[in-house]
Design a protein around this ligand. Structure first.
Ligand code: SAM
Length: 197
């Protein structure tokens, strides 16, 4: 299976400038101690590793199609003494069967814009969650790409793939029973939406 559109892992250099405090971002999204989490499209763990520090000792599954990124994530976790991360080399389209147990949180950051069949992905996320669990979507704001600059360059997905918070809410709620729990602005260019199962 191919990766979703425009979902290559960004370079740490400009990613770190855009997201200087990933742990604080995770906390603002309501992820806390004891939550079992899967990050779908974890890449090399820019968010997964801070999540794991916050939720320890609960498991954090890092699911990605790209085996090299998962190898890098595992190496970084070892270097940082993080023991509760488990890499899952799978396609997001098989999310619900890829995990050994239902989780409290499905996190998808900087990847949702590229999902081709949103309805089917959201149903997978619903199945992967325990009742009362949360789907957390972090998306780029729907602004022209030339306006979202970091370190002097335009960054992020093409303008036509970007979604407003309302479009994201509609896409998630179509065909599932997710309820919107919270919308969080994540300046300068992102927002997060927390949905409850
Ligand atoms: C833009 S990166 C975001 C990485 C991380 N979530 C972050 O925000 O730093 C998107 C990631 O999603 C992964 N990905 C894309 N399509 C996927 C799919 N169908 N199943 C699993 N992972 C996928 C890519 O390999 C990449 O690592």
């Amino acid at each position: 299976m191919d990766r979703f559109r425009n979902t290559r892992q960004p370079d740490w250099d400009w990613w770190g400038r855009l997201w200087p405090t990933p742990g604080a971002t995770i906390r603002r999204l309501g992820i806390g101690g004891g939550d079992a989490v899967v990050e779908v499209g974890s890449g090399n763990g820019y968010f997964t590793l801070p999540v794991a520090r916050i939720t320890d000792p609960a498991p954090v599954y890092a699911l990605d199609l790209d085996e090299e990124l998962l190898t890098e994530l595992t190496r970084l976790a070892e270097m940082q003494g993080i023991e509760n991360v488990e890499p899952v080399h799978e396609d997001a389209r098989s999310l619900s069967t890829a995990l050994p147990e239902p989780v409290d949180v499905v996190l998808i950051a900087n990847t949702f814009h590229g999902v081709a069949d949103v309805g089917s992905f959201v149903r997978e996320a619903f199945e992967a969650l325990r009742p009362g669990g949360r789907l957390v979507v972090v998306n780029w704001h729907d602004r022209p790409r030339e306006e979202t600059t970091v370190a002097g360059e335009s960054r992020g997905p093409p303008t036509d793939l970007r979604m407003t918070p309302d479009e994201t809410k509609r896409a998630v709620r179509e065909g599932t029973d997710f309820a919107v729990a919270e919308t969080v602005d994540l300046p300068p260019y992102h927002y997060g939406i927390v949905f409850e199962r």
